[in-house]
Design a protein around this ligand. Structure first.
Ligand SMILES: [Mg+2]
Length: 332
């Protein structure tokens, strides 16, 4: 049985991601100036303005694709005993998007995921579908792999990450980015602080880059290191400007590392910074929140914010956290 500490940190990863996702939901796709003009400084959960290009119709505190796909991946990993079946995963994503459409919402699959699933449906072999995906869709939903897999054997963790990227994001940029995030989450489960987790996260990015197609950013570890260095100065606008906040992994995933450093490792503060940072705010928040939450544990998250997000989205995370930790224990 996993200890209470690891269960708290596994829940922290899932809840921290959900907090960051929900806080950034009303500002996603807007630039920094537009966020400030629409909302002022976002500090708590807001409903999006009517006609928001992506989030229109969602209530305050609603999570988006980041959290929903994270939980989808968690369920598939648990059902598969830690092994992700490519076709089942592709079908789960397609089914998820059909559900989003049925709910009348606009937050559909991201560009890399959509392209890969279209190719898969058109008969392209699963080993070839993800060879152009460099965006942050893999990193945004990778936390369950980090919870379910120890980072003590880093090549093994990175191989598991690459397997979860295979259908949609089998490029050096996306695998490296997702591997770095998973490495922080995994070490957080074992009690590491964010700062203590960084050397292995950068090494995981280097290992991950070697496992993907040579497409996109060749030095994701360098991008993350640069974002961390910029964030040391404490300037959110400079981080956004110099690293970028777009859906590209080299921008948003690197930025998420900088955001956690700006927040001093606090998941709620990270979510607040991400919600105002511009562009892919919800995904930056989800990634930053998952990393910070894994390192701090759910008990360090603000209880009222957690209660609201759990209620609005009817989240039942404890069975998933326990199931993922059981996989981690079984593999020892
Ligand atoms: Mg989203």
């Amino acid at each position: 049985m996993p200890g209470q500490g690891s269960l708290d940190r596994a829940l922290g990863a899932l809840l921290g991601g959900a907090l960051g996702d929900a806080l950034g939901m009303p500002s996603q796709t807007l630039d920094r100036a537009a966020i400030a003009a629409r909302y002022g400084r976002i500090a708590g959960f807001l409903a999006p303005f009517p006609g928001h290009p992506v989030s229109h119709g969602l209530p305050a505190g609603a999570v988006t694709d980041d959290t929903e796909q994270t939980l989808l991946l968690a369920r598939l990993l648990i059902d598969g005993g830690g092994v992700l079946d490519d076709c089942a995963w592709a079908q789960a994503l397609i089914g998820w998007e059909a559900g989003v459409r049925a709910r009348g919402l606009r937050d559909l699959l991201g560009p890399s995921t959509r392209r890969a699933l279209d190719a898969l449906l058109a008969g392209t072999p699963v080993g070839e579908t993800g060879r152009t995906g460099t965006t942050n869709g893999a990193a945004m939903r990778i936390a369950p792999v980090g919870i379910a897999t120890s980072a003590n054997d880093l090549p093994r963790l990175v191989t598991r990450v690459a397997a979860a990227c295979r259908v949609t994001h089998a490029t050096r940029e996306a695998i490296a980015a997702a591997a770095a995030v998973a490495a922080v989450v995994s070490q957080g489960i074992d009690g590491a602080t964010f700062d203590a987790a960084l050397p292995a996260a950068l090494e995981a990015a280097r290992l991950g880059a070697a496992l993907g197609a040579a497409v996109g950013e060749p030095d994701m570890a360098g991008r993350i290191a640069l974002a961390l260095d910029i964030a040391r100065g404490g300037d959110e606008a400079r981080l956004a400007c110099e690293i970028g906040t777009s859906v590209a992994s080299r921008c948003s995933v690197a930025a998420a590392f900088g955001v956690v450093r700006l927040a001093g490792g606090d998941a709620w503060r990270a979510a607040q910074i991400a919600a105002n940072i511009g562009d892919d705010t919800d995904t930056i928040g989800a990634i930053a929140g998952a990393m910070a939450g894994a390192c701090s544990g759910a008990s360090a998250l603000p209880a009222d914010k957690v209660a609201l997000v759990v209620a609005v989205n009817r989240l039942e995370l404890a069975p998933l956290a326990q199931g993922l930790l059981a996989l981690r224990g079984a593999a020892r």
